[in-house]
Ligand binder design. Structure first.
Ligand SMILES: O=C(O)CCC(=O)C(=O)O
Length: 230
C-alpha cells in the first residue's frame, strides 16, 4: 500500500525480508556441488535464465516456501521474468556493483507487482561475497545507471546504479537454502569471493500480471508458475 508520500512499501520500510529454508540446507549444498562440478572446467561465472531449460532451476523457482512468500506479496498470479545464477570462484575478481533488479535497458518492473529473490545455494558470508544491501534505499525510486567498465570478462559488463558517494550497505550473511526477498528498487551489490569455497546464488525476478513494462520494444518473456490470471 502506498503511504502518504506515494511510496509503495511491499516489503516494509527496510525493503527486504529473509526467506528461511526455501530448501533444506544439505539439499541446497548438494545442488551447488553438482553445479560446481558442471562448471569448474570453464570456470563459468554466470548462467542466464536457467529456469527456461534446467530442471534444478525450474524446481527452485517453484520451491513451496519461497513461492508462498512471493504470493503473499504480489498475489496468486506469479510468473518468472528472469533468473541469473552467479558463481563466485574463490580468489577471482568478480564484483557486482550497486544495482536495482527492477530496471535495465530492457525492462522496468512495477515495484507493487514484482519482487526479486536472491537465494543462497552455498553459505554466503562476508568473505565469500554475500549480498550487501542498503535498507530503505527503495524509497528513492529507480536511479540512473550505466554499464561498468569493460573488464574483458566473458560474463559481460554489469549495470551499476549511480549512487551517492560514500553509500554503505550492510552485509547479509545467509546459510545455504535460505535467501532474501527484495523490493525491486533495493540497492544491493556483492564483493569478490576472498574465502575458500565457491559461492553460488540464484537471482529470480517474479512478476504479477502487468508488473513488467518493456523499454526496448521487445515482448516480455514470462513463465507463469502460479495462478490462472495469465
Ligand atoms: O549473486 C550475486 O552476488 C549478486 C547477484 C545480483 O545481485 C543480481 O543478479 O541481481
Amino acid at each position: 500500500m502506498a503511504d502518504e508520500s506515494g511510496t509503495y512499501e511491499l516489503l516494509g520500510a527496510a525493503g527486504h525480508r529473509i526467506v528461511h529454508q526455501w530448501a533444506v540446507p544439505a539439499k541446497a549444498r548438494a545442488r551447488a556441488a553438482e553445479l560446481v562440478a558442471a562448471h569448474r572446467g570453464t570456470a563459468r561465472e554466470v548462467v542466464r535464465n536457467p529456469h527456461r531449460d534446467q530442471e534444478w532451476a525450474q524446481s527452485i523457482v517453484r520451491a513451496p516456501r519461497l513461492l508462498n512468500a512471493v504470493r503473499d506479496l504480489i498475489g496468486p498470479d506469479v510468473a518468472v521474468e528472469n533468473t541469473f545464477l552467479v558463481i563466485k570462484w574463490p580468489g577471482r575478481d568478480f564484483e557486482i556493483p550497486w544495482h536495482q533488479d527492477g530496471i535495465n535497458d530492457r525492462i522496468e518492473l512495477d515495484p507493487a507487482r514484482s519482487v526479486a529473490a536472491w537465494l543462497a545455494l552455498t553459505d554466503a558470508r562476508v568473505d565469500t561475497g554475500c549480498l550487501h544491501i542498503v535498507p530503505g534505499s527503495q524509497r528513492a525510486g529507480y536511479l540512473p545507471y550505466g554499464a561498468e567498465e569493460d573488464t574483458g570478462a566473458s560474463r559481460g559488463r554489469a549495470l551499476g546504479a549511480h549512487v551517492a558517494e560514500g553509500t554503505r550497505g550492510v552485509p547479509v550473511s545467509v546459510d545455504a537454502g535460505s535467501g532474501l526477498l527484495m523490493d525491486v528498487r533495493l540497492l544491493h551489490r556483492s564483493h569478490s569471493n576472498r574465502g575458500n569455497g565457491v559461492r553460488l546464488g540464484l537471482n529470480i525476478r517474479y512478476v504479477a500480471p502487468g508488473g513488467v513494462q518493456m523499454r526496448d520494444g521487445s515482448s516480455p518473456s514470462l513463465e507463469p508458475i502460479s495462478g490462472t490470471g495469465w
